[in-house]
Write a protein that binds this ligand. Structure first.
Ligand code: UT7
Length: 346
């Protein structure tokens, strides 16, 4: 059976760090509250106003192409998961296509908030499994600092900027996306939203005055639903595939809150040694959290490792994917291209 596997990973993180200490100069907060309630110590901020999500996606894409040892012209499709597209039109995918020189690729933006990367990965997998496309670039990129109200302590401490990318290619050996459960609904959407700036509340003096172009979150409400949603959907996928906690090499969770991640891992029976957790360094980068985890752990991953990738986000959107890893990260650690151990695309 033709499956769709991740065959390379790339990333981009802005150099500027915003620490908890610096945030405590801006709003009434402190390092202890942020660390204990969220697990975040610092986040990256893209301060250059002339650069945004497309720039970060292009950088992540360039790194990925170099690691995989292929030319941009070989890409067939580019899917950009983001809620901070550079402009409404053109799409960020168009900017990335041209920025990379991926002249043979078409592409589009996908908005599923913190679940964006997971939905984009599954879309890419369907394209490849169908046999219609060979090489699909999936990028999660978000410049969250542009959506955050830096006078609102309940949200401004949570988010950061960054991008992560994966290449999805055909695999005939049984590695790649094995199974997924994906959901969305708008019940209680008001607890996590950006109401302004769309066609219902187009930008106006009133939307600016009301601050509804900023991200709003009722954290307590979302926390409860996020734990239940992520744990239930991850368990659903594990059960369907006969996996228990010991069979899972890594849980790859969306990084919104360390406490949410611990609670989900506990419910899945996965020990914290088997959980990718980097929220302390980057905060919540929305669509980028999961590919940034894959980037940070790539060298530890071995061909055949079972990963459960799980996310929950605004909408609400949520889901989990059982991903059987397709190449040895030791090749990356040795400075070689993952190509040497990755399955050859047909
Ligand atoms: O990524 C998309 C999905 N999003 C999520 O999954 C996020 C889910 N929610 C959360 O992660 C957590 O709810 C937060 C981290 C956002 C908040 O943590 P919490 O433990 O739920 O805190 P809380 O909202 O219940 O607030 C507790 C107290 C409040 O004070 P009172 O009312 O008890 O006096 C807040 O005003 O903490 C206060 N507070 C803060 N204090 C210091 C809220 N933000 C801050 C802050 N610094 N930055």
């Amino acid at each position: 059976m033709r499956r769709a596997a991740v065959t390379a990973v790339g990333h981009y993180l802005p150099e500027d760090r915003l620490t908890n200490e610096e945030l405590s100069q801006l709003v009434d907060t402190n390092d202890e509250w942020i660390r204990t309630r969220t697990g975040i110590i610092e986040r990256r901020i893209l301060r250059d106003k002339s650069k945004a999500s497309a720039f970060m996606a292009i950088e992540a894409g360039k790194e990925l192409l170099a690691k995989r040892g292929i030319a941009a012209e070989e890409l067939d499709v580019i899917i950009i998961a983001t809620i901070t597209q550079d402009m409404l039109v053109p799409s960020t995918a168009c900017l990335v296509q041209t920025g990379l020189g991926a002249v043979n690729a078409w592409g589009f933006d996908l908005n599923a908030a913190c679940c964006g990367f997971l939905f984009a990965l599954n879309t890419a997998a369907s394209f490849v499994e169908s046999g219609r496309y060979e090489k699909v670039l999936v990028v999660g990129t978000d410049k969250m600092s542009t959506l955050v109200d830096f006078t609102d302590r309940s949200t401004c401490v949570l988010f950061g900027d960054g991008a992560g990318a994966v290449l999805v290619e055909a695999d005939e050996e049984g590695y790649g996306v094995i199974d997924s459960a994906l959901y969305c609904k708008a019940d209680n959407w008001e607890a996590l939203c950006i109401r302004g700036g769309g066609s219902l509340y187009p930008p106006s003096e009133a939307t600016l005055a009301d601050g509804i172009h900023y991200l709003y979150q009722d954290g307590r409400v979302v926390f409860r639903i996020a734990v239940e949603g992520m744990a239930d959907v991850a368990s659903e996928v594990m059960k369907r595939n006969g996996l228990n906690g010991d069979d899972v090499r890594y849980l790859v969770p969306h990084q919104a809150n360390q406490r949410i991640i611990r609670a989900v891992a506990r419910r899945m029976g996965v020990s914290m040694d088997g959980v990718m957790l980097n929220i302390s360094r980057y905060g919540n980068t929305t669509a980028a959290t999961i590919p940034l985890c894959l980037h940070d752990w790539e060298r530890e991953l071995r061909k055949g490792d079972n990963l459960i990738v799980a996310a929950f986000g605004g909408g609400y959107t949520w889901g989990a994917t059982y991903l059987r890893w397709a190449y040895d990260g030791s090749a990356v650690a040795a400075g070689e291209s993952p190509l040497q151990s990755a399955p050859t695309a047909t």
